[in-house]
Design a protein around this ligand. Structure first.
Ligand SMILES: [Zn+2]
Length: 220
């Protein structure tokens, strides 16, 4: 089990990330959750990660607002603590991609709007030929990527099983319809960068759609 100092250090990283997202209006009203893997083991049985507790204000987190959990979302430290209601979705990402170190989940207006109104076949959001796509780990803008979109559910255990077969190692994220974005990375910095890149792409697509609805706006 990680030491007290290691947990405080990890919490500090997540507190800073949450504060940044909160200040951008991406984690309002206690929404969203963040986690950081605390173990090196690739053995999924040994997985442990620090995750936000259920309920606190994401703009004012303290080290007491985190729970160390193990496989199955079981609270290890403090033992009876209640971690985020969406803990098992974090576990799904860590178990799918052993090199992932941080998983960030935010409720942004653009992600939520597009998840409802702009999907292809109700299953993916598509982006192509944009320079910012390179920030997701591609070495060229000249690609088309598909971001999976899943139906929202309050049965997180079932949802966490449903997402696993659809996760793509080259596309670090997914949307839950009418809900928000999950993104991840091999470091906390990379996870933060991916959240920001996705949000840029969402804002771009939303404005592009608005131009298409109102073409006169493009010529004014
Ligand atoms: Zn959520």
């Amino acid at each position: 089990m990680p030491s007290h100092d290691e947990i405080v250090e990890a919490a500090a990283i997540l507190i800073e990330a949450a504060r940044g997202f909160y200040d951008k209006n991406w984690m309002l009203g206690t929404s969203g959750n963040l986690s950081l893997k605390m173990t090196e083991e690739t053995d999924p049985e040994g997985l442990q990660y620090l995750i936000t507790a259920s309920g606190p204000d994401k703009g004012a987190l303290t080290p007491d607002d985190f729970v160390l959990v193990g496989k199955g979302g079981i609270a290890l430290q403090p033992p009876q603590a209640k971690s985020s209601a969406e803990t098992l979705l974090h576990e799904a990402v860590y178990q799918s991609f052993p090199d992932v170190v941080a998983v960030y989940h935010v409720h942004t207006v653009t992600a939520t709007l597009l998840s409802i109104h702009a999907t292809d076949d109700n299953q993916v959001l598509t982006f192509s030929n944009l320079e910012m796509i390179k920030g997701l780990g591609f070495d060229t803008h000249d690609v088309t990527i598909e971001l999976p979109v899943f139906e929202n559910s309050q049965d997180i255990a079932a949802l966490s099983q449903a997402v696993r077969p659809q996760l793509n190692p080259n596309v670090p994220g997914f949307l839950i319809k009418g809900h928000g974005l999950y993104a991840w990375g091999k470091s906390p910095f990379e996870a933060k960068r991916h959240v920001e890149i996705w949000e840029y792409l969402f804002q771009f697509k939303l404005m592009e759609r608005m131009l298409q609805v109102n073409p006169q706006a493009a010529s004014q």
